[in-house]
Design a protein around this ligand. Structure first.
Ligand code: GDG
Length: 480
């Protein structure tokens, strides 16, 4: 699929699409992967694009030769915004991850409001804006990503940047009632209104944003509400608010799952756990992912339905994340305890109920688990989209997997018809869904998975990109 060509595309995100590492005196570069980077690469190459972001290190790092190498190999340019340790601590760990992340995931209890962190967030957003303003040409298409950079649009306006600015939020947007708890709600919301296009993951997020704006900024006028977007008028400008559910490269996962290495690894996994149906969980360590609730639901299923004993195992991979943050360390300890307790309570010499790995997998091992697990448990308490749900379906090439999905994952809006939807806070509900999935007929599995795969195949990441860029490039209606 070809994406309509913007002039020069400037992507701005917290991290650059590459990992820079110091080895002794030298720095090395590992280009990033992932659906968004892959989908953007061709259009970045064609438009001689530029990606602006934090390289993961401070100003002392000598990155010049590596940036040149990246440009030669990848065909587009990186512009690093180096941050010192204190910036990272306050802007990223402090404000972005200890205020916006929990608040926007409806988990107010994890928020730590701190004025200095808010100020650092403002000053780092200005740093990003200065880097953009210094290089932006009048017809560049500037696209800012995610919750770390909500203020950049406003900073750019103050620096005299006039072109259309687009923004996409990868995480949920909360209800007005939750957003109101933020001590800095007004400057944050007013700053967001400086973008011309604001993209959210789901219709629910878009509605939450529009309702928040109407509640807190009474002068804003709703011009139209259409299927894909709402137009708002604010201080003489028109702002488009849309929802664009992000997706994956379906073909890449579908083909990858059928490669000989993945087929071998999948065969080996199941051979080791012969006679069992496998339930799969793949998550970054995070309190939004509903991991303790998932372990409890698995335990409840074993307790309530004894015929499941020895017939099922949960393969849970938890990818280490934010390892120095106390909330995350506590969560890790809790998971260790729960897995130990459940295995001690139900395990037998020839059967381990929970296989819990705290590490990341290489791609072959990840795809092998997706391909071979009969059931996926994707049960976050809240999630912007959740790509694991989509990747699992794309790899279920024999159409026989069952997706158990939280109704609070963004993905539920698109996948609700084929998945078994659960409320992750309701342990019995999830336990019952596990039982239902285990006993589901082959015919029902096939029918549901075919629906899911069709939806993800049609709405893949390339379509998402095309749709967002076209929407951003459409001129707003002229005022009478
Ligand atoms: C934000 C939003 C939204 C996971 N474990 C391994 C591994 N992964 C890969 C998966 C998947 C990705 O990590 C996680 O997907 P998420 O959807 O959770 O994405 P995030 O970037 O964490 O989060 C989220 C997303 O943005 C996109 O807008 O969906 O809601 O929070 O791609 O495959 N990959 C490998 N080994 C692992 O062990 N190789």
């Amino acid at each position: 699929m070809t994406v309509s060509q913007p002039k020069r595309l400037i992507i701005v995100s917290n991290r650059l699409p590459a990992v820079f590492r110091q080895e002794g005196e030298d720095w090395t570069l590992q280009p990033g992967s992932g659906g968004l980077i892959t989908a953007l690469a061709p259009i970045m190459q064609r438009s001689q694009g530029l990606w602006i972001g934090w390289p993961g290190c401070g100003p002392q790092a000598e990155l010049g030769p590596l940036l040149k190498q990246f440009r030669e190999e990848q065909g587009y340019q990186l512009l690093p915004v180096p941050l010192c340790e204190e910036d990272v601590e306050r802007y990223y760990r402090g404000f972005a991850n200890e205020v916006l992340w929990p608040l926007f995931h409806d988990l107010l209890g994890y928020c730590r409001f701190d004025r200095q962190n808010w100020e650092a967030y403002g000053s780092v957003n200005r740093k990003f804006a200065s880097a953009i303003a210094a290089i932006a040409a009048p017809d560049d298409f500037i696209w800012v990503h995610d919750y770390q950079l909500l203020l950049v649009g406003d900073d750019l306006r103050q620096m005299g940047v006039k072109q259309r600015l687009a923004f996409f939020l990868h995480i949920p947007f909360p209800t007005p009632d939750l957003f109101r708890r933020l001590p800095w709600k007004m400057p944050l919301l007013e700053a967001m209104m400086e973008y011309d296009l604001l993209g959210f993951q789901t219709l629910g997020d878009r509605r939450n944003f529009v309702n928040t704006v109407i509640t807190l900024l009474p002068k804003v006028e709703v011009i139209t509400r259409q299927r894909h977007h709402t137009l708002l008028r604010h201080e003489g400008r028109i702002i488009k608010v849309g929802h664009f559910p992000i997706s994956i490269d379906f073909d890449e996962f579908n083909d990858g799952a059928q490669s000989p290495e993945v087929e071998d690894a999948a065969w080996y996994l199941h051979e080791n756990l012969r006679g069992r149906q496998l339930l799969l969980g793949i998550d970054r360590l995070d309190y939004t992912k509903g991991l303790p609730e998932r372990f409890l639901a698995f335990e409840r299923a074993l307790e309530k339905y004894p015929d499941l004993l020895k017939r099922i195992s949960l393969l849970q991979v938890v990818v280490p994340s934010r390892t120095l943050v106390p909330d995350y360390q506590n969560l890790k300890e809790l998971l260790d305890q729960l897995a130990g307790r459940i295995n001690a309570r139900f395990g037998q010499p020839e059967w381990t109920p929970i296989h819990y790995a705290y590490r990341s997998l290489d791609r072959t091992q990840l795809l092998a688990r997706y391909r071979t697990s009969e059931i996926a448990l994707v049960t976050p308490l809240r999630d912007g989209m959740n790509l694991v749900a989509k990747e699992y379906c794309a790899c279920s090439v024999d159409n026989n997997g069952v997706l158990i999905l939280s109704e609070f994952a963004g993905a539920a809006e698109q996948l609700g018809k084929g998945a078994l939807l659960v409320n992750p806070y309701d342990i019995d509900d999830t336990a019952d869904a596990i039982y239902r999935a285990i006993n589901m007929s082959a015919e029902e599995r096939q029918r549901r998975m075919a629906l899911l795969r069709g939806e993800i195949r049609r709405n893949d990441v390339h379509r998402w990109l095309q749709w967002f860029i076209e929407s951003a490039q459409q001129e707003p209606p002229t005022e009478e």
